[in-house]
Design a protein around this ligand. Sequence first.
Ligand SMILES: NC(=O)c1ccc[n+]([C@@H]2O[C@H](COP(=O)([O-])OP(=O)(O)OC[C@H]3O[C@@H](n4cnc5c(N)ncnc54)[C@H](O)[C@@H]3O)[C@@H](O)[C@H]2O)c1
Length: 281
Amino acid sequence: MAKLKWGMIGGGEGSQIGPAHRLGAQADGVFEFAAGALDHRPEAGREYAQRLGIAADRAYGGWEEMLEGERNRDDRIDLVTVATPNSTHFEITKSFLEAGFNVLCEKPMTMTVEEGEEIVRVAEKTGKICAVNYCYSAYPMVRQARAMVAAGEIGKVRTVVTNFSHGHHGDATDADNPRVRWRYDPAMAGVSGQFADCGIHAMHMASFICNDEVETLSADFASTIASRELEDDAMVNFRTSGGTVGRLWTSSIAIGRQHGFVIQVFGETGGLRWASNSRTS
Ligand SMILES: NC(=O)c1ccc[n+]([C@@H]2O[C@H](COP(=O)([O-])OP(=O)(O)OC[C@H]3O[C@@H](n4cnc5c(N)ncnc54)[C@H](O)[C@@H]3O)[C@@H](O)[C@H]2O)c1
């Protein structure tokens, strides 16, 4: 089978999620990493892309250059992953869809609901795939939990309790680190910091396992490090359309806690628990 030609925007050297995408693509064995605009610094992006094995003429200095470069090639990329900070997702994703590429966009897909709806319209019009990687829902045991709920093995679901918290942004003296700072800056992250970064995975997972939609919520957002405009800790209560009660805590200042995600689902006749690692409680 011919490999799919894959491109990436963002995910430069030292980025958090870039290596995870490359590792995943390599593990699947069906992708050829063919093009990239990997860094907001053009030269650093070109240089790193070539170090990763991308040909010099497809190691681009920016996403616009990559769009122009790939658009008219006979061997153009089949899909592109967008792994840049949130504020850039909409423009890049829309532009690549409109040029006929399939797109895997990092979460959160856009900064506003209106932008998200626009992306859906463009994807439908062009017939191209636009996926957003809520990656945790792909774990086999999560799929098993969803199947058990669907089969009625724990009865009607009453409550979901979940947390996705870590302490990696708990050091106030590191708050100006460029890789940390954008996450709490509304201009780059959007309306939410930690909830959009990690809490959103927990909320998506609650919907995914229960096959249900979150309908209403109330939230207590706190910026515990004073220089941060957006929240670094949040407690969220929600209700689903099926009547399930949800409790969600997310934090990036939980020092001593590793990056970890837990979800528990309690039904009328049983309960389920999944954790992303054994150190997570
Ligand atoms: N699905 C997940 O579990 C998960 C986990 C972490 C991050 N993310 C998402 O991935 C995205 C990136 O997060 P990160 O943690 O890797 O951030 P990061 O700050 O560690 O890295 C961002 C990278 O994008 C590059 N970049 C910035 N602007 C660019 C531009 N205009 N063109 C090309 N490259 C550009 C930077 O140079 C850097 O290499 C965010 O939207 C975040 O929400 C998702």
